[in-house]
Write a protein that binds this ligand. Structure first.
Ligand code: MG
Ligand code: MG
Length: 263
């Protein structure tokens, strides 16, 4: 979510990565609780409170609450999670008047600070029974995330990750959002490098041991183009078609990429 703010890459030590794993685990636990409470009739406001309680129970605090708006005159983000339904793709504001309905897809993004480190992850959850087309969109978007992460190795470059995400999504007939990208993560939610969900192999920043990246494909059924709603936060697809969002934070190691936000 959001744009990268700091213009530097901060490499993390093994000890720091271990702390980021704890922050990431707490985010995973919160998302798991949300998943278990997601059903027709529940509001996104209720799910937001469940997430905030989960973070508190684990001595973590929300990163998104109070996050400054990137747009002139826009208010800071007021809640713990971002909650998006169907054509909403990122930055939706949870509300007690937004009710989930059978057949919706619900995208939730959550960030937590723990001992000074950020965990950042997102997932799209089916509400009750969803259409076969929607199921396929979710499966492809999640796999696109893993295709990207699998390129996160020494010797590679950031756009190898981007290209893997884009190729996988487009091969399945979908488009990838351009304006919102993956990013470095650490003591700040947004650090360099920026990692878009589109790109060309062999380009971008060289991957280094101790880089920590939040990769977050947003994959659309129709056009990749988006628009911003009047609340200055909620982003929707321009054509009103469905969008899915999956995100993990992971570290570049001397071997396999190490996913920090798994359960
Ligand atoms: Mg993120
Ligand atoms: Mg996120």
């Amino acid at each position: 979510m959001f744009q990268t703010k700091t213009r530097r890459v901060v490499l993390k030590s093994k000890e720091e990565i271990a702390l980021m794993r704890q922050a990431g685990k707490i985010v995973a636990l919160a998302l798991d609780e949300i998943r278990r409470h997601t059903k027709p009739g529940v509001t996104t406001g209720e799910l937001d409170r469940i997430a905030e309680d989960a973070l508190k129970r684990h001595n973590a605090i929300p990163v998104f609450k109070g996050y400054p708006n990137q747009r002139e005159g826009g208010p800071p983000f007021p809640k713990t999670i971002t909650a998006c339904i169907n054509e909403e793709l990122v930055h939706g504001i949870p509300s007690d008047s937004r009710v989930l309905r059978e057949g919706d897809i619900f995208s939730v993004d959550c960030g937590a600070y723990y001992k000074g480190w950020v965990g950042d992850a997102a997932t799209t959850i089916p509400v009750g029974q969803i259409s076969a087309e929607a199921q396929r969109l979710l499966a492809v978007t999640e796999q696109a995330l893993y295709e990207g992460i699998s390129q996160g190795r020494l010797g590679g470059q950031t756009e190898d990750i981007s290209a893997a995400v884009q190729d996988y999504a487009e091969r399945h007939g979908y488009s990838v959002v351009r304006e919102y990208t993956g990013h470095g993560v650490g003591r700040n939610m947004h650090e360099d490098p920026q990692v878009p969900n589109f790109g060309q192999r062999g380009r971008g920043m060289r991957l280094k041991m101790g880089m920590t990246i939040a990769l977050e494909p947003m994959v659309n059924m129709g056009t990749w183009k988006t628009k911003l709603l009047n609340d200055y936060w909620t982003v929707v697809t321009e054509d009103g078609k469905l969008s899915a969002h999956f995100e993990h934070s992971f570290a570049i190691t001397d071997g396999e990429p190490y996913i920090l936000t798994l359960l």
